[in-house]
Design a protein around this ligand. Structure first.
Ligand SMILES: CC(C)(COP(=O)(O)OP(=O)(O)OC[C@H]1O[C@@H](n2cnc3c(N)ncnc32)[C@H](O)[C@@H]1OP(=O)(O)O)[C@@H](O)C(=O)NCCC(=O)NCCS
Length: 166
């Protein structure tokens, strides 16, 4: 894999495409290296099977991140958004999130929701910068070392919004 210094500001080169079954092992490798309590391979396969919006981001052909979103009943739920550690802070997460939000709006969804650990301040900053606002807390939603951690629930209205510049 190319290293971050070779790929400073990789976002313009980042390509978003549909995730397929053969992508799952690489996606799971990024997932395992990014989260303490990662999704299993089976969860990603289920997301593909039920037709969730599953996308990977590639830079020069390498998978560097992914996003998973469910869309239905007027609401989009961003279920996972993850960029390989070596490719973070280059605008790729913002590009992928902007893509998912646009996709939800185009599909006619009224709102987009997501959950995030309150301790994940970098992700929260990204979400807020795109227009998500906290609308609630789910108590004990996440597994955590020695117990559970709350989730902050964030919402973004999609109707009547200006398209994000991504
Ligand atoms: C959250 C995540 C997807 C962000 O992806 P990214 O490609 O690094 O984000 P970007 O480079 O597009 O950054 C966009 C904005 O997010 C914020 N941000 C991202 N990482 C940050 C960090 N470590 N500290 C502070 N702010 C951060 C900044 O506001 C940034 O905007 P700026 O560059 O104009 O300052 C990535 O850090 C990640 O995959 N983390 C591990 C998995 C995870 O926690 N996913 C979210 C689960 S809810």
């Amino acid at each position: 894999m190319a290293t971050a210094p070779e790929l400073l500001s990789a976002a313009p080169e980042a390509v978003i495409r549909s995730m397929t079954e053969p992508d799952v092992p690489e996606v799971v490798a990024i997932e395992r290296s990014s989260y303490q309590f990662p999704w299993s391979e089976g969860i990603f396969r289920d997301c593909l099977r039920v037709g969730y919006v599953c996308r990977v981001v590639t830079v020069r052909g390498e998978t560097v991140g992914y996003g998973v979103m469910s869309v239905g009943a007027g609401e989009a739920h961003i279920l996972n958004l993850c960029i390989h550690a070596e490719f973070r802070c280059q605008g790729i997460g913002r590009k992928l999130l902007g893509y998912l939000v646009e996709r939800a709006a185009t599909a006619g969804m009224g709102e987009a929701y997501l959950e995030v650990r309150p301790s994940n301040t970098g992700a929260i900053r990204l979400y807020q910068s795109l227009g998500f606002e906290q609308v609630g807390i789910r108590r004990g939603y996440y597994q955590a070392v020695g117990g559970r951690e709350d989730a902050a629930v964030l919402k973004m209205p999609l109707r009547g919004r200006r398209p994000a510049s991504v």
